[in-house]
Write a protein that binds this ligand. Structure first.
Ligand code: ADE
Length: 421
């Protein structure tokens, strides 16, 4: 394989990356079917794609799919700590995909990698957190007219892009993959639920049974974390700012209280809000000795680490991904993975089984925007329902699950208004 442009840790890790990418591929039958079709139909022929995603085994399978569809892909990391270095090596050495990502890269390198991906003059952007779109709008406005469309993977990114649209500054159309039901109902809920606890456990090896675990935010991710933590025997407390979500958490059987109160009683804290300063130094002052703080939201702003650092008399690394902050009275709190996404930093992100649907949405959304090029305004669009439904149908079929079909009489009944009791 000819070497492509890249900046990865060590190409010598490629063989291990290939084995792990193939392992994930076994759990991604929908994406495999799309890849087989893309190989024949080449819907992305010659299109330059800049993808800014977590560089995982699942992402590698998406990149292979885009390449099979004819795209020229450049991939960079969407988080400095989420890259799997063996996967990055395999993408370059085995699959011929330009990759710019190194686990633990500093902020300057992170942005240099985004720049490198944008140097390819993308016609399609694919984001997880909107960093490429934001970079192009802020630093490369002259390239915006070259972009046909973009896709966005995550809740945080969609929020940023809707803000850009509202200001009237969004310069090309976006498909909000996160809004597909086959994405957020599964990836955000079951994927985040499992992988977040996986990250907390791998980082700390603490027993969750019997522990008071506070989940901040009861969106789809928070729901998943709370549900799975309960299943492992934790006593789950939820904090919220939205009365409807708070009520839902109460009726799902969780204790709901303010973070100020939760800080006094919680033993493990997991933020999943998408907002900043959810846990601050002031909260930490109320915490019990040994409290563990982790974040599973997109950015590392949910736990205000600078304000915790200010109050600490000393800090030290006690395990990989675990930093101890000792307060002046001797109490200690432990912050995991620098407050970055715990599931992708200390574990491997969501399992391939759910990423199959998320990335099927990415692949089909890319095909869709190319097929319908020129038909969109500069707005944030949902994934078309027929694509969402097709992915659900395909996923069920790969699980050997059949469902019922409406009879003609039932179809008629559902479209009538005059038949009552
Ligand atoms: N986001 C969450 N889990 C992921 C994974 N396994 N791969 C890519 N992006 C992810």
């Amino acid at each position: 394989m000819t070497k492509v442009e890249h900046d990865v840790k060590d190409l010598g890790q490629a063989a291990e990356g290939v084995r792990r990418i193939e392992w994930a591929e076994r759990e991604m039958p929908v994406l495999r079917a799309i890849r087989a079709r893309f190989e024949k139909e080449r819907p992305l022929e010659g299109k330059r794609v800049a993808a800014c995603l977590h560089v995982t085994t699942e992402t590698a399978n998406l990149m292979r799919t885009l390449k099979s569809g004819g795209a020229q892909v450049a991939l960079c990391a969407s988080n400095p700590l989420s890259t799997q270095d063996d996967v990055a090596a395999a993408l370059v050495a085995e699959y011929g995909i330009s990759t710019y990502a190194i686990k633990g890269e500093d902020n300057d390198t992170y942005y240099a990698h985004i720049e490198a991906a944008c140097d390819t003059h993308p016609e399609l952007t694919m984001d997880d957190g909107a960093d490429v779109i934001s970079f192009l709008h802020g630093k490369r406005p002259e390239q915006l007219s070259e972009v046909i469309a973009g896709t966005e993977e995550t809740t945080t990114g969609v929020i940023r892009l809707k803000a850009l649209e509202k200001e009237g500054r969004l310069a090309y159309p976006i498909i909000a993959v996160n809004e597909a039901l086959t994405k957020h109902l599964f990836d955000n809920r079951y994927g985040t639920g499992q992988s977040t606890l996986d990250g907390v456990i791998r980082a700390t090896n603490v027993l969750l049974a019997g522990r008071r675990l506070v989940v901040a935010g009861y969106g789809w991710c928070g729901r998943g974390v709370a549900m799975r933590a309960k299943g492992m025997g934790a006593h789950v407390i939820v904090t919220e700012i939205d009365p409807l979500k708070a009520l839902e958490a109460v009726m799902d059987g969780f204790e709901v209280m303010t973070m100020e109160r939760a800080a006094e009683t919680g033993q493990v804290f997991i933020t999943a809000t998408g907002d900043k300063s959810v846990i601050t130094g002031e909260h930490v002052e109320r915490m019990r000795d040994g409290a563990i703080l982790a974040n599973t939201g997109h950015f590392n702003v949910e736990v205000d680490i600078p304000s915790i650092r200010e109050r600490a008399s000393s800090t030290r690394a006690v395990r990989e991904f675990v930093e101890e902050f000792e307060l002046s009275d001797g109490r200690r709190v432990y912050v995991l993975a620098e407050g970055r996404l715990i599931n992708l930093s200390a574990a491997e992100g969501h399992p391939a089984m759910v990423m199959d649907m998320s990335f099927a949405n990415q692949a089909l959304a890319s095909e869709y925007v190319i097929q319908h090029q020129g038909e969109f305004e500069h707005k944030v669009y949902d994934v078309p329902t027929p694509i969402d439904e097709e992915i659900a149908r395909l996923k069920l079929a790969t699980m050997d699950i059949e469902i019922d079909v409406l009879t003609e009489e039932q179809v008629r009944y559902l479209s009538s208004w005059d038949e009552g009791t």
